[in-house]
Design a protein around this ligand. Structure first.
Ligand SMILES: CC(C)(COP(=O)(O)OP(=O)(O)OC[C@H]1O[C@@H](n2cnc3c(N)ncnc32)[C@H](O)[C@@H]1OP(=O)(O)O)[C@@H](O)C(=O)NCCC(=O)NCCS
Length: 155
């Protein structure tokens, strides 16, 4: 059974192990450390004592951004990211966020399918936003900016 709970900086080694196993261009330790506490929030997924996934979000006024979401490769395809994303959205609703945002590599069809399933829509394309190892991409890859309006502000 998978359990979910927020973590603090004591969990950085586990977060970094998943981060580096999941991403072609993982966050550095410094980036990970700077995204815990303050305006950042998170939930991690555990099987027994083992962390198997996490999301990290950021609050900026009425806008909440999903900064990162990862599931350990051997635990992918079991619905863990769906549950983490649902908790991100639920937290935004509870905290009266008006908009949720995220950026995703255009090649990350798996993550895009997950976000569309949850209700995010494409808002714009940020050209050459991410570094890429794909020789066809000239060293960079576009980011898709996706969003979800929780409140349209109409009374
Ligand atoms: C993207 C990621 C977080 C999905 O995690 P996950 O736990 O495997 O996802 P889930 O099992 O909850 O699946 C959710 C949806 O993702 C999509 N998905 C999951 N596995 C998939 C696969 N093998 N092929 C295609 N789509 C898949 C499907 O839409 C799926 O919904 P479905 O089960 O109803 O078909 C995970 O693959 C990951 O950590 N990737 C590397 C890090 C990353 O790219 N993060 C996103 C950065 S923007």
């Amino acid at each position: 059974m998978i359990n979910f709970k927020p973590v603090d900086e004591t969990a950085i080694p586990q977060l970094m192990a998943i981060e580096t196993a999941c991403h072609s261009h993982p966050w550095t330790l410094n980036t990970m450390s700077s995204c815990l506490g303050g305006r950042y929030f998170n939930v991690a997924a555990f099987e027994n004592e083992t962390m198997v996934g996490f999301y990290i979000g950021e609050k900026a006024g009425p806008d909440f951004t999903l900064m990162d979401i990862c599931v350990t490769p051997s635990y992918q395809g079991k619905g863990i990211a769906k549950q983490l994303l649902a908790q991100f959205i639920e937290y935004g609703e509870q905290q009266n966020a008006e908009n949720l945002f995220l950026e995703v590599r255009e090649s990350n069809t798996r993550a895009i399918a997950l976000y569309e399933y949850a209700g995010f829509i494409e808002m714009s394309v940020r050209k050459n936003y991410y570094p890429s190892d794909n020789p066809a991409k000239n060293g960079f890859e576009d980011a898709i900016l996706m969003g979800m309006a929780l409140s349209l502000g109409f009374q």
